[in-house]
Design a protein around this ligand. Structure first.
Ligand SMILES: [Zn+2]
Length: 186
């Protein structure tokens, strides 16, 4: 069994076909979900993790940044969720719940497509999340140009293909995101 994250490459179009839970982008098959990747008859399926989830304060979650409209980012739960990503639960991440340092814009710290490790801080009408905690933040980010995963080098992220660097509010789990997924699903 192989764990995959949204946007993760699972092979190229010359060898494999996209089936459920996968899509084609720039010649590569990518996952739509946090889930289990299965390949049968050259078709790639991603089976999303599903679990009954009742949002509670201080619950740890994984989410993917879906859109940013300053000063708020909209994130979709990808794990510990009752629904798969297509009908996922949304949470709001306010600029003041991202970092202890002052941010002018959310994009200094998170960008659309990023996978974040967060905690729920409010379960009122809207679910609100925070990534201010020391262990929280971005656990996987994709290059803004070529969409390939960025490689961590100390406090910056590098794209080896485009030779560019980006910054994020990083979680210490950036290099160990599979461990986080396993822990959340145990
Ligand atoms: Zn790139």
């Amino acid at each position: 069994m192989k764990l995959v994250l949204p946007g993760e490459d699972m092979g190229n179009e010359e060898e494999l076909f996209p089936a459920s839970g996968s899509y084609l982008e720039n010649g590569y098959l990518k996952s739509k979900y946090v889930g289990r990747c299965e390949i049968s008859a050259k078709s790639v399926h991603v089976i999303p993790f599903k679990r009954i989830f009742i949002p509670k304060k201080s619950t740890k979650v994984l989410a993917q940044i879906y859109d940013i409209s300053e000063p708020v980012a909209l994130a979709k739960f990808q794990i510990n969720a009752r629904h798969s990503a297509d009908s996922g639960d949304f949470a709001f991440l306010h600029i003041t719940n991202i970092s202890n340092r002052f941010l002018k814009t959310i994009r200094e710290a998170v960008k659309p497509r990023d996978i974040i490790y967060a905690s729920i801080i409010n379960v009122g009408k809207n679910i609100e999340i925070s990534i201010k905690g020391r262990d929280e933040g971005v656990i996987l980010a994709y290059c803004g140009d070529c969409k390939r995963p960025l490689i961590r080098e100390d406090y910056i992220l590098k794209c080896n293909v485009c030779d560019t660097t980006e910054t994020r509010k990083l979680s210490p789990f950036y290099d160990n995101y599979r461990g986080v997924i396993k822990w959340l699903n145990h």
